[in-house]
Design a binder for this molecule. Structure first.
Ligand SMILES: Nc1nc2c(c(=O)[nH]1)N[C@H]1C(S)=C(S)[C@@H](COP(=O)(O)O)O[C@H]1N2
Ligand SMILES: [Mo]
Length: 403
């Protein structure tokens, strides 16, 4: 059951729609547009236009801007349905769909240009299945706690992204000597002039080597507005703070973006320091690659399970390389047992796992998992504290009740 604003009575009661339109298509696209906070006017809606939908079971972390977290039941499949992928934005979605969307490419390039979405479709197509995870996923699990959206376990998902490779776009523009970073400018606007825009940059070589693409589609449908439609950056293996949504402009530069969200936000000390101690500014690096992590998707948090043999399932992922092992234990049976990994490893994707579990007795029980990746990194019991609450990857723990 999806919450789609087209189903709401208010929307079905609109008047003034043009009679030449297919009424249902109009209502669907028009109401979705209205939900996205934009004026629809008459007759603008196209069947292929990105829509704004999110599952009604999503956990609302904040309403304005809209920040939604996935319940673990949404993470129990290979690809996460788009309406069940977490939503994070700093300033809310911009107006889209009122005119042709264009992406400008400028800066240190031989041939600056502006491309419409149809022109983009003519460049080298690229498709990747990749984990999308907020750098702040798990922030609420750090102690002591820190300010910021209190994501628990579900600011993560796995989707198929398709569009054009960033490398082919840059090749079309032709890089000038010294070109080293691309600044990505989204169409979202901060609520007041003192709030910085969400502008970030990625280093060209590392991001293109990771398979960066400009996604126009998600899970084989136009990229939803909530997820950055019509166009967003995707960098497989990197935390999603690098995945700029509503992409309007790409500026090639010799330097990193000087903006707040690049120089102050999303930086992490290479050597962790305890609460209250300021990290050496020279030791701070932008958050890029994700770390190794796993999550129990079934049973869910607080579930009541029967006292009989059953299957525990979940997903595990990492940034560089791939997951090689997932281990499972409980507070009653603390010895780690190796879970079965499903399918083949793929860089940037997650890996599903399952393991048979026989509860030892009725009563409360804590299930936990930890993953290891091909670099030999093992999920720690707790992540080192950092003041912004980035990259939590402590053991995933699910308390349940054996009945
Ligand atoms: N333009 C723009 N892009 C953005 C953001 C934003 O606020 N504005 N937030 C970033 C962050 S921090 C995350 S975690 C992801 C979230 O993507 P999603 O909403 O599709 O899950 O978008 C990234 N891209
Ligand atoms: Mo994020």
């Amino acid at each position: 059951m999806f919450y789609d604003s087209a189903d709401s009575p208010d929307c079905n009661d609109r008047d003034g729609e043009p009679s030449s339109f297919d009424r249902r298509a109009f209502l669907k696209a028009g109401c979705a547009a209205a939900a996205a906070g934009r004026l629809t006017g008459a007759g603008r809606a196209l069947a292929d236009e990105p829509t704004q939908t999110a599952d009604h079971r999503m956990i609302v972390r904040t309403e304005r801007p809209l920040n939604l977290e996935s319940p673990s039941a949404s993470l129990d499949s290979w690809l996460t349905p788009s309406g069940e992928v977490f939503v994070r934005s700093h300033h809310g979605a911009p107006a889209t769909g009122l005119g042709p969307w264009e992406i400008a490419v400028e800066g240190l390039v031989e041939r600056p240009f502006r491309l419409g979405l149809d022109d983009l479709k003519g460049l080298e197509p690229a498709t990747r299945q990749a984990v999308i995870q907020c750098a702040g996923n798990g922030r609420a699990l750090f102690r002591p706690r820190m300010p910021g959206t209190p994501w628990e376990r579900g600011a993560v998902g796995h989707a198929e992204w398709s569009g054009v490779s960033l490398a082919s776009l840059l090749q079309k523009a032709g890089l000038k000597p010294g070109a080293a970073h691309v600044h990505l400018i989204g169409g979202d606007v901060p609520p007041n002039p003192k709030t910085p825009a969400f502008t970030r940059s990625v280093p060209i070589e590392e991001a293109t080597a990771a398979g960066a693409l400009i996604a126009l589609r998600m899970n084989d449908a136009p990229l939803p507005v909530l997820h950055g439609g019509p166009a967003r950056l995707v960098v497989p293996g990197w935390a999603a703070n690098n995945w700029t949504k509503w992409l309007r402009k790409i500026v090639v530069s010799a330097e990193e973006s000087p903006e707040f969200f690049m120089q102050t936000g999303y930086r992490l000390a290479r050597h962790p320091v305890p609460p209250g101690v300021a990290p050496d500014p020279k030791d701070l690096a932008p958050v890029t690659w994700m770390n190794v992590k796993s999550l129990i998707s079934s049973p869910g948090l607080g579930a009541t399970v029967e006292n009989r043999p059953q299957e525990v399932r979940g997903v595990a992922w990492t940034g560089r390389g791939h997951v090689t092992k997932v281990e499972f234990s409980t507070d009653r049976d603390p010895a780690w047992r190796v879970a079965q990994l499903i399918g083949e490893p793929a860089q940037g994707s997650w890996r599903q796992f399952k393991i048979d579990w026989t509860p030892s007795a009725p009563g409360p029980c804590v299930l936990r998992v930890r993953a290891t990746d091909s670099q030999g990194d093992v999920q720690p019991e707790k992540s080192p504290w950092n003041k912004s609450g980035y990259l939590w990857n402590g053991y995933d723990q699910v308390a349940c009740l054996v009945s």
